[in-house]
Design a protein around this ligand. Structure first.
Ligand SMILES: NC(=O)c1ccc[n+]([C@@H]2O[C@H](COP(=O)([O-])OP(=O)(O)OC[C@H]3O[C@@H](n4cnc5c(N)ncnc54)[C@H](OP(=O)(O)O)[C@@H]3O)[C@@H](O)[C@H]2O)c1
Length: 307
């Protein structure tokens, strides 16, 4: 690393030892960024990361020192952990900290903004990169970058400072290609459409994504899709229906053999993000005075199945 790079490197607090957080931490460290982890139990962490090309890289992370205020925090946690995590982290964040949050689903941002101080900036990142972790006593903590993707980021708190933040390029190298958008909400509503159709259905029926192309799911998918489009339009995020339907079919076909994250969570006996996916859809419908019987039924079926 040259002196110039050394001088410019950013100092990141990265939360957790989960898949997306560690992927970001490893990729940023690889570019010479200073990364310390905020773990539930402060400890050093050795990670063996398998890249998408199958190479194995070793990374070592120190814990974030509690005496230091973080100016740059990357938080990729499950949606239900986002608010508790930021509340817990608040004493550790600088008055002008920049917080980058990433999770699937929607419905956390209002409370999170309220938990931040006036000069703290909130950014939201959504990614299609895929990763998973494995802990093996003999091999330590392992991270697999299972699929290369792209990411989109937007500022949630009002844009009062520089348009392109100083960390944008390194984050783009880590989780790129990275697109900076003025308004992230339309992207999140587009992604929610895919999530709220594929995730609960595949998790409920315990099938890989590709099974949704079978005729037995066609009528249900069409009803859920029509209701979603009605809701999104009422919420101010109208979908281009033909393109959105084609995109849904494409995701089902491109990820045919994949297990959705909700199915993986269900099979592993973990809490799912249902409340921030279908639950969010239903709470928005309620707010806007719409009835969405197909989503309501799906939500009830998931609860009855023990999600
Ligand atoms: N993995 C993917 O390929 C992928 C792709 C796109 C989007 N996403 C989305 O990205 C988000 C993160 O996914 P993920 O797969 O990275 O989840 P994950 O593997 O469960 O990682 C989250 C990590 O955050 C930790 N954590 C939560 N709250 C914390 C706190 N207060 N202090 C310290 N650590 C804390 C968790 O610890 P515990 O385990 O102890 O709770 C866990 O290690 C989810 O919304 C997911 O749907 C994932």
């Amino acid at each position: 690393m040259t002196d110039a790079q050394q001088h410019k490197r950013n100092d990141w607090l990265v939360v957790g030892k989960g898949a997306i957080g560690l992927l970001t931490a490893c990729q940023l460290q690889q570019q010479g960024e200073l990364i310390r982890l905020w773990l539930r139990q402060p400890t050093e962490l050795q990670v063996a990361m398998t890249t998408v090309r199958g190479a194995v890289r070793r990374h070592h992370f120190a814990p974030w020192p509690k005496t230091q205020a973080a100016r740059l925090a990357f938080i990729a946690v499950k949606a239900y952990d986002a608010l508790p995590c930021i509340q817990q982290l608040q004493t550790q964040l600088a008055e002008d900290a920049c917080v980058i949050l990433s999770h699937n689903g929607l419905g956390t941002l209002t409370n999170i903004q309220a938990a931040l101080k006036p000069r703290q900036q909130l950014w939201f990142l959504t990614t299609t990169h895929g990763a998973y972790t494995q802990s093996d006593c003999s091999k330590g903590h392992q991270l697999v970058h299972s699929g290369s993707g792209s990411s989109v980021i937007g500022k949630i708190t009002p844009a009062d400072s520089e348009a392109v933040p100083g960390w944008f390029d390194v984050l783009g190298q880590a989780l790129g290609p990275l697109t900076l958008v003025e308004r992230i909400q339309p992207c999140l509503w587009q992604k929610l459409l895919i999530n709220c159709l594929i995730n609960p259905l595949t998790a409920l029926h315990q099938v890989p994504n590709g099974a949704l192309a079978e005729t037995r799911f066609e009528a249900t998918l069409k009803k859920l899709f029509a209701e979603y489009c009605q809701l999104a339009a009422a919420a101010g995020y109208p979908q281009q229906e033909t393109a959105a339907w084609q995109q849904l079919q494409q995701v089902i076909s491109n990820t045919a053999s994949n297990r959705s994250s909700m199915l993986q969570d269900r099979l592993a006996g973990r809490k799912t993000e249902l409340d921030f996916i279908t639950g969010f859809v239903l709470s928005e419908a309620d707010r806007l005075g719409l009835a969405l019987p197909a989503h309501q039924q799906l939500y009830q079926d998931c609860l009855a199945a023990g999600f």
